[in-house]
Design a protein around this ligand. Structure first.
Ligand SMILES: [Ca+2]
Ligand SMILES: [Ca+2]
Ligand SMILES: [Ca+2]
Length: 337
């Protein structure tokens, strides 16, 4: 209040004048001994030293009263420098993305007061700043997503500041495992329909649902890593794999520092060499039997002979309609038997 009401008392009736130094701030006529009150002229912010005199009915003016010091404070400065405390800022501390759902928010005030942290009209926390300077408030639990936070301070004079500049904090507590792990075609020798290859350091591809750092694993062993700048496809060239079956999987750590569970496994089989045939030998028994059988078999017809024989049979079947122009087949004829 910049025009405060000042009260006092006099021992006899008279005209009371309220002063700041030599400046009269107001006057009142006290009709009798006792209490008086004067509404002072408007005072600026700051400290004011007030006193009063009284002039009685006989025209005697008293000396100045004992001073009353009044401090006028009509405004509270808005809190400034709202920030997400580093200890509450998972992943990079250069951003305002975190997986801490009840983060500590810091700021500054220019005078003592009660600071309230808000999201819109909802108070998320409060703290009393004993003096000008830094304050911090642990916010009530926030859901995943972006939150626009601000603060006010109510000073000792009861003035509540305007709302501070906003601080946007994004909560991200989840991450999906990479999906679609596959052996890329360029690393898949032989058929590309399988996962058998002779490429010992194959390129494995997959997708992620959000940006992050992907690590390819075989069991607990990291085989490679890549940073996906955004949701979508990624690929990693695996460390060299030995011949045999390898069960690969991947995880992703998102920008908020959340690490996914392992992806569905991809089984890749490395085979870098066909074994040279060994123990070549002549199988005598089988060759002997074939020779004996062949010696007693009828000569096999050539394809031409088979076709000619079939044609002759057709002619025999249709003999009543067509004259037999080739005559009766004789044993030992060229068509064979
Ligand atoms: Ca962060
Ligand atoms: Ca996430
Ligand atoms: Ca293959």
């Amino acid at each position: 209040m910049s025009a405060p009401v000042i009260t006092g008392s006099v021992a006899e009736a008279g005209v009371v004048v309220l002063y700041e130094g030599a400046t009269a701030l107001g006057t009142v006529t006290a009709a009798a001994a006792g209490a008086w009150s004067i509404t002072a002229a408007s005072l600026s912010n700051g400290v004011h030293t007030l006193s009063a005199t009284v002039t009685d009915a006989a025209g005697n003016t008293s000396s100045a009263s004992t001073a009353l010091t009044v401090t006028i404070d009509t405004g509270a400065s808005t809190p400034t420098a709202l920030a997400l405390a580093a200890a509450s800022n998972s992943g990079s501390t250069a951003d305002t993305l975190t997986n801490v759902t009840a983060p500590v928010i810091t700021g500054s005030v220019t005078e003592a007061g009660v600071v309230v942290l808000y999201e819109g009209a909802t108070a998320l926390g409060t703290v009393t700043a004993a003096a000008a300077g830094a304050w911090s408030i642990t916010a009530a639990s926030l859901s995943d997503g972006a939150h626009t936070l601000s603060a006010t301070v109510t000073d000792a004079a009861g003035n509540t500041s305007s709302v501070s500049s906003a601080l946007t904090v994004t909560i991200d507590t989840g991450v999906n495992a990479p999906s679609g792990l596959a052996l890329t075609a360029g690393s898949n020798s032989g058929s590309t329909a399988d996962t058998l290859t002779n490429v010992t350091a194959p390129v494995i591809s997959g997708t992620v649902a959000e940006a992050g750092v992907i690590v390819l694993y075989e069991g607990a062993t990291a085989l490679g890593t890549v940073t996906a700048a955004a949701a979508g496809a990624w690929s990693i060239t695996a460390a060299s794999l030995s011949n045999g079956v390898h069960t690969l999987s991947a995880t992703v750590t998102d920008a908020a520092g959340n690490t996914s569970s392992a992806s569905t496994a991809l089984t890749v089989t490395i085979d870098t060499g066909a074994s040279t045939p060994t123990a070549l030998a002549l199988a005598r028994g089988r060759v002997g039997r074939r020779q004996v059988t062949t010696a007693h078999a009828k000569p096999k017809r050539t394809r031409m002979q088979q076709a000619s024989h079939a044609l002759d049979n057709r002619h025999h079947t249709a003999g009543s309609q067509q004259p037999n122009t080739r005559g009766v087949e004789q044993p030992g004829s060229s068509s064979g038997s």
